[in-house]
Design a protein around this ligand. Structure first.
Ligand SMILES: [Mg+2]
Length: 363
């Protein structure tokens, strides 16, 4: 019997265990589970029923070996390494922890009532059908490229920059207004994953700051929070592309550096600094509640490989990276599992992450 953490993550055969999220837990345990010819380690929260989903990846193929009833699919590449991180973060306490999260497809659902959920970019109807159609044409061309697993990252980064520049230019040219943003969110197909409120409430209760880094549009994300959650959180800051409107509520420009899906790492320090500026704490040394530089343990949430760059430059001691793999699962699972400590499949809820932060903040 061997544990998954001891099995080489080779190109020929992978044994990947499922990390099962059960909400009634108080402590995290490791069990080894002998599954015939293969074996895997299971992380599970005791006291609840669970099922094992053990997968074998071979040459890019994915074969389910064993499945029992479960609420969500979660894949952990190296349970032992993850356990060490969790222990280190828990022992340091909530005062050392910060959360950095992507917005679209991470805090929000990928599917809503059988339809593809909209992003903070795509939900926008700027009240000008001609320009809405132009932006849709851009989306249809560039979106498959964004999630293509075969295009080199350097090449993809340039293409994404091209997409964002064109889209932002069309918003200005097409005469976007603040009222159009409110109306667009009201009519949109966008929604938070189940458990997001519990997640943010828990972190607020523990005074753990949450930085939302998004390549979308800050003004729209804030409106989504206002309309879909009907509440605000004192520990939450949104760092994203910000619009500048004139006195009549018409968009005239964008403020600061453009943030697209693959360049978040280039702007991490700048974005963190801007948060301190907003808080009147430019050096991050005097505000104990939100000083990201003093909070050396990071829980990172994202749905894109590029999201991992959100923590660059923060000099963290421990980082637990959680990835939501919403699409192209067969093609992208290997990449995601290698990159993230925990990977959620099938548009999972945020409830497992609530369990995780509960564990991280337990004494
Ligand atoms: Mg995203």
């Amino acid at each position: 019997m061997s544990r998954v953490g001891l099995v080489p993550f080779s190109t020929t055969l992978y044994y990947i265990s499922s990390w099962l999220l059960l909400r009634t837990s108080s402590r995290l345990s490791i069990l080894t589970n002998n599954l015939g010819a293969s074996s895997c380690s299971l992380f599970f929260f005791p006291g609840s029923s669970c099922r094992c989903l053990c997968r074998s990846l071979s040459g890019g193929g994915l074969h389910k070996l064993q499945t029992m009833a479960q609420p969500q699919d979660v894949v952990v590449r190296d349970p032992e390494a993850l356990e060490k991180k969790i222990t280190a973060v828990r022992e340091a306490g909530p005062i050392k922890l910060q959360v950095i999260a992507d917005f679209d497809g991470t805090l929000t659902k990928y599917w809503i009532d059988g339809r593809r959920g909209q992003s903070s970019h795509s939900l926008l109807q700027q009240g000008n059908p001609e320009y809405d159609a132009k932006r849709m044409e851009l989306f249809e061309y560039y979106h498959p490229i964004e999630f293509s697993p075969t295009i080199p990252i350097e090449e993809k980064t340039k293409i994404m920059e091209e997409w964002w520049e064109k889209a932002h230019g069309l918003l200005i040219e097409g005469g976007l207004t603040l009222d159009a943003i409110k109306q667009s969110v009201s009519c949109s197909t966008i929604g938070f994953r189940d458990g997001v409120i519990e997640f943010l409430e828990f972190l607020q209760e523990k005074d753990v700051p949450v930085l939302i880094f998004s390549a979308g549009l800050a003004d729209i994300i804030e409106e989504v929070f206002r309309q879909k959650l009907s509440r605000s959180f004192k520990n939450l800051k949104i760092v994203s592309n910000r619009m500048v409107f004139d006195d009549n509520g018409h968009l005239i420009s964008f403020r600061g550096k453009m943030i697209h899906v693959l360049n978040k790492n280039e702007h991490a320090l700048d974005m963190a600094a801007s948060v301190h500026d907003q808080l009147g704490d430019p050096n991050g040394l005097n505000n104990g509640g939100f000083s990201v530089k003093k909070r050396t343990n990071v829980l990172l949430l994202g749905d894109h490989i590029g999201d991992l760059g959100m923590s660059d430059g923060l000099n963290y001691e421990n980082r637990i990276a959680v990835g939501f793999l919403n699409d192209n699962i067969e093609k992208s699972l290997k990449t995601y599992v290698e990159a993230f400590d925990i990977v959620y499949l099938n548009d999972a809820s945020m409830l497992g992450v609530v369990d995780l932060v509960t564990e991280l903040c337990s004494s």
